[in-house]
Design a protein around this ligand. Structure first.
Ligand SMILES: NC(=O)c1ccc[n+]([C@@H]2O[C@H](COP(=O)([O-])OP(=O)(O)OC[C@H]3O[C@@H](n4cnc5c(N)ncnc54)[C@H](OP(=O)(O)O)[C@@H]3O)[C@@H](O)[C@H]2O)c1
Length: 247
């Protein structure tokens, strides 16, 4: 992987296109959109969330159908291709529950919701937005996952639902990356670990001593990583420094 600042893989072979962030209302998603809007690799940035004019709500598949149609129309009007798709949605705590400390806390309502947001929603993004990715030239799809979704890295236990939903997301990313490569050999589809970032999602769990970074700093790192990826990296789980993590 090539991700040092001086040797970024150039997008010069393809004209700057559209960068789309799904989950642009969240802490990381908003910072990523701001970063991408200032990035010369992309002619335009577009953010979608549950609160955007054209909304994306994973609990309503028809909203993804309408949002994909909207993005197709934006691409057609602006004559831009969708060169980057970042999915920055996610759920850890809130209604309907908290991450589990023990198997005794396993709750079907919480498990159902955490899988709907962390796994099924991104799967629907693949279904409705991947057909919009160009068939030629470099294009990147990055799904914000989490290191705690790594089965190989799990030494602490706990957080059953969140871990399992992110592990399942990683498998979806790997599987979709294979299909995407058949469609476009220059495509890249990865799962990303952002580090611990100061957002509503991490706030109750940010312990003293744990390195918690501002979302803007994480966004700078993640955009650098996304730009440094090459097609051989597709299907991997990559952290904010560009290091590959075990599944
Ligand atoms: N923060 C961390 O330390 C950390 C660490 C590792 C991984 N991550 C991952 O990073 C990603 C971004 O999280 P964050 O920290 O930025 O948290 P956040 O601020 O809570 O953002 C969560 C995002 O998920 C969206 N979302 C929730 N329910 C949804 C639904 N039903 N339909 C569509 N979108 C929905 C929210 O949309 P609205 O704006 O519409 O509410 C929001 O954009 C997540 O995948 C998270 O698991 C975060």
């Amino acid at each position: 992987m090539n991700h040092s600042a001086g040797t970024l893989v150039s997008d010069a072979a393809v004209s700057p296109g559209l960068a789309l962030v799904i989950g642009a209302g969240g802490g990381l998603g908003a910072a990523l959109l701001t970063q991408l809007e200032q990035d010369a690799h992309y002619a335009q940035g577009l953010g979608l969330s549950r609160r955007s004019e054209v909304s994306v709500d994973y609990l309503d598949e028809s909203s993804l159908v309408a949002a994909a149609q909207h993005v197709a129309a934006v691409c057609s009007t602006s004559k831009l291709e969708l060169r980057l798709l970042v999915v920055a949605t996610g759920f850890l705590h809130g209604e309907p529950g908290q991450p589990e400390r023990s198997w005794a806390n396993l709750d079907v309502g919480y498990l159902d919701h955490v899988f709907k947001i962390n796994t099924l929603g991104p799967a629907l993004v693949m279904k409705h937005f991947f057909p919009l990715l160009p068939k030629h030239g470099r294009c990147v799809a990055g799904f914000i996952s989490a290191k705690v979704g790594s089965i190989g890295d799990n030494a602490l236990g706990g957080w059953y639902g969140y871990r399992a939903s992110k592990a399942a997301l990683n498998q979806l990313v790997k599987t979709a990356s294979i299909e995407l490569t058949r469609r476009n050999r220059q495509s890249i589809c990865v799962a990303l670990h952002p580090g611990t970032v100061s957002t509503i999602l991490s706030q109750p769990f940010a312990k003293t001593g744990l390195k918690v970074r501002p979302a803007q700093e994480a966004a700078v790192d993640l955009v650098k990583v996304l730009q440094g990826l090459v097609p051989e990296d597709t299907g991997c789980l990559v952290d904010y420094l560009g290091q590959k993590l075990p599944f």
